[in-house]
Design a protein around this ligand. Structure first.
Ligand SMILES: *Cc1c(COP(=O)(O)O)cnc(C)c1O
Length: 381
């Protein structure tokens, strides 16, 4: 962004709600020139910091259609659904979907006449079986929460294309460094930028980018009309995070693999769920689909003493994995799905998803791996 004649190396924070015009001709140019003639008008519609964030994410995802940055990840889902669906339309999702997405779709958008059905991920690929005449959109995640089931993205994208429905991929657990869903044939990629994109647990944000410029334009219109736009400071923080995304994803992945191997051999652990382990049922798929041999920083374990009490002992003893129910920060943390993401389910429903009382989810950060292993040894001792 050219700030002639000041030339800052880094885009400054444009903490302004509105921009000035010197004449009516300039105002006219703003409204009538494609791309606004490089001008900005009102920050609810667009501002340089969110434009920079979207451009960087679109570049990483190979998204020719551009997109929008929103005030939270979930606002990105709202923009994606409203950009492509209307009352009477139907959305199809895996039953393993992130809880916040389920709440938005089933408690809020259902009231506006947008209906959602959930089918087990393993059965979702048969889109022809589940689709209705009104099905517009399929939403799926690359890696499920908390057991890290791996999506066969190219297969799902083919099935969606055959059935003429749009595919939206939540890539929050993976980031464009691990995989690029548009290259499989998905139509939109959605990130909770709160997670890996920003990466420092200090900003709540979302980004959605699209292959098709017409969808990208609708995303921006919906965000403008609903006031979903991410603020300048938050956009700037996310852009700063993005600059180290590649480095962080390498270290998150390396550390998580070391932690996974360590825990797989620990007597206090019954099972480790990490796609980088050869024993994980999705390992071959992940190897093929996740690029560069990186499997990300998220993993879950089932403790040998499969109880909430054992989980609580771990939480109280660990210094480097504090209980903080989010993920993907540079500093490690842990979460307890039974009491957080899946607390709305019955015991039986949780068990049917494999979430027993001793299942603990770890978000492995970029600390020295030896420090993480010694903390885990202590916490499990
Ligand atoms: C956190 C998260 C979201 C929601 O993002 P927010 O930034 O919290 O609104 C969506 N999907 C996944 C997989 C997430 O982990």
């Amino acid at each position: 962004m050219d700030l002639t004649p000041i030339h800052p190396k880094v885009t400054p924070i444009y903490q302004t709600s509105v921009f000035k015009f010197n004449s009516l001709a300039e105002l006219e140019e703003y409204y009538t020139t494609p791309g606004r003639g490089g001008r900005y008008g009102y920050s609810r519609s667009e501002h340089p910091n969110s434009d920079e964030l979207v451009a960087e994410v679109a570049k990483l995802e190979g998204a020719a259609g551009g997109g929008v940055a929103t005030g939270a990840g979930l606002a990105g889902l709202l923009a994606a659904v409203l950009a492509t669906c209307q009352a009477g339309d139907h959305v199809l999702c895996p039953a393993e979907l992130y809880g916040g997405s389920v709440v938005l779709l089933s408690l809020e958008l259902s009231r506006l006449g947008i209906e959602t059905t959930y089918v087990p991920l393993a059965d979702l690929y048969d889109i022809a079986k589940w689709r209705k005449p009104t099905t517009k959109l399929v939403l799926a995640e690359v890696l499920s929460n908390p057991l890290l089931t791996v999506l066969d993205g190219p297969r799902l994208a083919r099935a969606c294309k055959e059935q003429g429905v749009l595919l939206l991929i939540d890539s929050s657990f993976t980031s464009p460094i691990l995989t690029q869903p548009l290259s499989w044939g998905a139509d939109m990629v959605w990130h909770s930028a709160t997670k890996y994109l920003a990466g420092h647990s200090d900003v709540t944000a979302g980004v959605v980018v699209a292959r098709d410029p017409a969808i990208g334009k609708r995303l921006r219109q919906v965000a403008t009309n609903l006031g979903l736009m991410l603020a300048p400071m938050e956009s700037w923080l996310a852009v700063r995070g993005l600059k180290t995304l590649r480095l962080r994803m390498r270290q998150h992945s390396e550390n998580a693999l070391a932690v996974a191997h360590f825990l797989a051999n620990h007597p206090a652990v019954e099972q480790v769920f990490y796609p980088g382990l050869a024993t994980h049922p999705g390992h071959a798929l992940a190897e093929h689909e996740l690029l560069g041999g990186l499997y990300g920083g998220m993993l879950s374990v089932r403790l040998a003493d499969d109880s909430a009490a054992a989980v609580d002992r771990f939480i109280q003893k660990s210094k480097l994995f504090p209980l903080a129910p989010s993920l993907a920060g540079v500093a490690s943390s842990c979460s307890y799905p039974t009491a957080t993401s899946h607390r709305g389910l019955t015991d039986e429903q949780r068990r049917s998803l494999g979430i027993t009382p001793g299942v603990l989810r770890l978000s492995v950060g970029i600390e020295e791996p030896a420090d993480l292993l010694s903390d885990l040894q202590h916490a499990l001792g």
